[in-house]
Structures are given as structure tokens and as C-alpha cells.
Design a protein around this ligand. Structure first.
Ligand code: IMP
Length: 430
């Protein structure tokens, strides 16, 4: 058994795509288990920048089979457009390589329209969703009314889709949102149904067979721990389970698949967040501009899916420890260390205070972060550019001290550090 699960330790955007790309060099199967095209994973290989939303980032390597698991919500329009973009840059995505669970749920234009209309209706309390229809699709899944990939290849698909759009139009009317025209959607989805057929598989059985054959399987989490529907900063979360244990359910694996699994927690060397919700270590001064970047580079802190500027702040050690506990991290991967170079000092939040009391753990998880103030440990910065460094011992002492401090706070050893966006800009810990 060789299951490795890569999970974001923060609010998403930790740089999981490039880390999955690093691990995928050894993988035989790469799989997504949650979410949909709300994710934005970037992989830079030489002059090529691959932006993936639905398909596992590991597909960029020629060998692994890519799986879209049953825990996902799939918008066929995004799926085919992503497949076409990948094919254009030479990545093969035929049915031999890409397998889509028959039990994954669909995202339709109804879900996208409802996502938008519901955000407008929430007004100042909006969640700041990506607008991809994720919430409404998972809502329909839980209500047991949604369409699944298997429905697309059944003879009554068009009838079911038509009923789904009519129901959606009733919900849209209740929100004073424009109605959707039914016929054009039916025509487009009839064509999608024909295209998707060769890719549909019982991916749970394929995953099981791969693990039994001792293949190396990489499960790629989307979003991050703090966006998890149960354990994140509810209600400012996504609608799926993002945590490592969800990889089992979202891929249809039994508990024994977890025996000996490696769980890699990917954590940016500072904190970022897109969308609304509490953020105790947020900073808004010149330093914030420095950490965010100008947006000229693809790795600057602007959403891959929406282009929105991300909120930035110091690394939150309290939330990192929480993430380590919930996911069962066996190793940490720290990304974007190069961005900290040149800062006179670096702060890490080690506790919170509220009403005169100090908390190193939150009494009720991160749902109620309002009113908690961050307590920081301040560490010295370093001036050296670390982007060309490939050996742990060559990192500046202050950088190694910072990484050691993060590992100690999390209670998990650091395994890898990224020092730039390129595939090779990785330092392995000793
Ligand atoms: P939704 O997943 O589109 O419903 O958005 C819910 C919340 O999760 C919003 O705050 C989004 O900005 C955030 N979110 C969703 N996907 C990602 C992601 O891949 N990276 C970072 N934030 C995300």
C-alpha cells in the first residue's frame, strides 16, 4: 500500500499544485477527491505554466493515470475546456489516462446561476464564493436530487436534465434572478454526454486495484483545511470535506488504505485567504503589498480561479497545529520561503488572547475566530535570495531557524521547502 495524501493546511492556495507535481514524478495514479473547478492549481515547467482546476495536477507528468473521484462535483464545460487546453500544450488526456467516477456529481448552469443569485441575496454577508456553482451542486447532492455522471450516460438523461432546469428556474425565480433557457442547455449537455462516455469508470474499484497492486497513489486535496465544511471557518467555507480522511470517502477507499499513508500538509510560509471570513493574523500595510506582490507574476497572491487579490498575513501557528491534528499530517511542506527573503523580521502566531485569557488551542475550533487577537513570536529575517538554493545546509541560518520554529509549533517535521515557482526550486529537508 502506498497512499500519499496532499492537503492544504490553510485556506487553500498553499501551492499544492506544484508540490503534487513534485511528488507525481513517482506516482502511478493521481486523484482528486473533493470540490470541483473552484480549485486553481498552478504548475510551472520551464516556460510553460499549467493552470488546473478540475483535473489532478499530476497529469502534467506523462506516466500517471488521473482519477476524478466520486467526492467531486464536475462541470462538464470546464472539464472539456481544461482537457482541450492540456492537449494543446502536449499533455495527453484520453480515456486511457483520465478516469471519471460514475458516482461524481454534476455542476450544471443551474448551479452556477444559483451560486451567483444566492451570493447577491446574502448581500453584506456574502461568502465570496468562486461562483462556480459548488455550493448549490453539493446542496442538491445532499438533498438527493442532483444529477450524477452516471445519469449522463443513461437513456433518460435529457428528461432528467430538463426537470432539473425547471426546478432550478423555480429556485431562481424565488431569488428574483433571470430564468435559464432550457433547450440550449439540453443540446450542449447531450453533446457532453456523448463525449464523457469513454471516460466514465468505477474509479473506486480501480483505486482499490491500484493499491492492491502496490502502485503509488497520490490523492490531491483541493482548497484547504480551514475551508472544510465541518472543521473550517464555517460558514465561510467551501461545501465539501477537504481534509485527508475525506480522500478515503471521496475516492471510495476502505480504512485499510490509510494504513501507512503519508499525509503531507502543504503550508505557505505566510497566511493568505480569498473571500470573506475571519483572519486573525491579517496585515494590511506596506508589508501586505510586499507579500501579495503586484499581480505581474503568476505566483503573486491573486486567485488562480477568480483573479481576486488575496488577503495576506503572518503564518498562524494555532491554526496550523489544528490542521496537523485534524489531518494527521506526517510531514510538512513549506512553500514560498523565497518571498520572506529581505524582511527585517518574521512573525508567527503562537497563541491568541481574548478577554484577558490566552489560548494555544481554540475552544470551539476556528468557527468563532471573531475577537481573538494573535500573540506572535518574532524571529529574525534574512537578506539572502534563497531561490537558487537546493540543499538544506545552504539555507541561511535564520531561514532554517524559521522552518524549525514552524515544525515545532505544528509538531510535524518539515520534509520539503519550495523556494520558487519552478519545478526544480525545491529543498529537501535532511
Ligand atoms: P466556493 O467553494 O466557490 O463555494 O467558495 C467558498 C469559499 O472557499 C470562498 O471563500 C472561496 O474563495 C474559497 N475557495 C474555494 N475554492 C478555493 C481554492 O481553491 N483556493 C482558495 N479558496 C477557495
Amino acid at each position: 500500500m502506498a497512499l500519499k495524501i496532499v492537503v492544504g493546511a490553510q485556506w487553500g492556495d498553499e501551492g499544492k499544485g506544484r508540490i503534487v507535481d513534485w511528488f507525481a514524478a513517482q506516482a502511478e495514479v493521481v486523484a482528486r477527491y473533493n470540490g470541483g473547478d473552484n480549485a486553481g492549481h498552478s504548475v510551472t515547467v520551464g516556460a510553460k505554466l499549467f493552470k488546473l482546476h478540475l483535473i489532478p495536477s499530476g497529469i502534467v507528468h506523462p506516466a500517471p493515470i488521473a482519477i476524478l473521484g466520486n467526492g467531486m462535483v464536475i462541470n462538464p464545460e470546464s472539464l472539456f475546456s481544461e482537457m482541450e487546453s492540456l492537449e494543446k500544450v502536449g499533455v495527453k488526456v484520453g480515456p486511457q489516462r483520465l478516469r471519471i467516477s460514475h458516482a461524481a456529481h454534476l455542476i450544471t448552469p443551474v448551479h452556477k446561476a444559483l451560486d451567483k443569485a444566492m451570493e447577491i441575496a446574502r448581500g453584506k454577508d456574502s461568502i465570496g464564493t468562486t461562483g462556480r456553482g459548488i455550493g448549490p451542486a453539493y446542496t442538491d447532492k445532499a438533498a438527493r436530487t442532483n444529477l450524477r455522471v452516471a445519469d449522463m450516460i443513461a437513456p433518460d438523461f435529457i428528461e432528467k436534465l430538463s426537470a432539473h432546469i425547471m426546478a432550478g428556474n423555480r429556485s431562481l425565480a424565488a431569488l428574483d434572478a433571470p430564468q435559464l433557457e432550457i433547450e440550449p442547455i439540453l443540446a450542449i449537455f447531450a453533446a457532453y454526454a456523448e463525449r464523457i462516455l469513454p471516460f466514465v469508470a468505477d474509479t473506486a474499484a480501480e483505486m482499490d486495484a491500484a493499491l492492491k497492486a502496490e502502485k503509488t497513489v497520490l490523492a490531491e486535496g483541493a482548497q484547504g483545511t480551514l475551508l472544510d465544511i465541518d472543521h473550517g471557518t464555517y460558514p465561510f467555507v467551501t461545501s465539501s470535506s477537504t481534509l485527508a480522511p475525506a480522500a478515503l470517502l471521496g475516492l471510495g477507499l476502505g480504512l485499510n488504505a490509510a494504513r501507512g499513508a503519508v499525509v503531507s500538509g502543504v503550508c505557505k510560509s505566510f497566511q493568505t485567504r480569498v473571500g470573506s471570513g475571519p483572519f486573525p493574523t491579517e496585515i494590511e500595510d506596506d508589508l501586505a503589498l510586499r507579500l501579495r506582490g503586484t499581480g505581474e507574476n503568476p505566483w503573486d497572491e491573486y486567485g488562480t480561479t477568480t483573479g481576486r487579490p488575496r488577503r495576506v498575513g503572518w503564518l498562524d501557528g494555532v491554526l496550523l497545529r489544528y490542521a496537523a491534528r485534524l489531518n494527521g499530517f506526517t510531514e510538512l511542506v513549506i512553500t514560498k520561503l523565497d518571498i520572506l527573503s529581505g524582511l527585517p523580521y518574521i512573525k508567527v502566531c503562537t497563541a491568541y488572547t481574548k478577554d484577558g485569557k490566552t489560548y494555544t488551542d481554540l475552544p470551539f475550533g476556528p468557527t468563532d475566530l471573531e475577537g481573538y487577537e494573535a500573540v506572535y513570536e518574532q524571529l529574525p529575517g534574512w537578506t539572502e535570495d534563497v531561490s537558487a538554493i537546493r540543499r538544506w545546509d545552504d539555507l541561511p541560518q535564520a531561514a532554517r531557524d524559521y522552518l524549525d520554529a514552524v515544525a515545532k509549533i505544528a509538531g510535524v517535521p518539515v520534509r520539503l521547502v519550495s523556494v520558487g515557482p519552478e519545478r526544480e526550486q525545491i529543498v529537501e529537508a535532511k
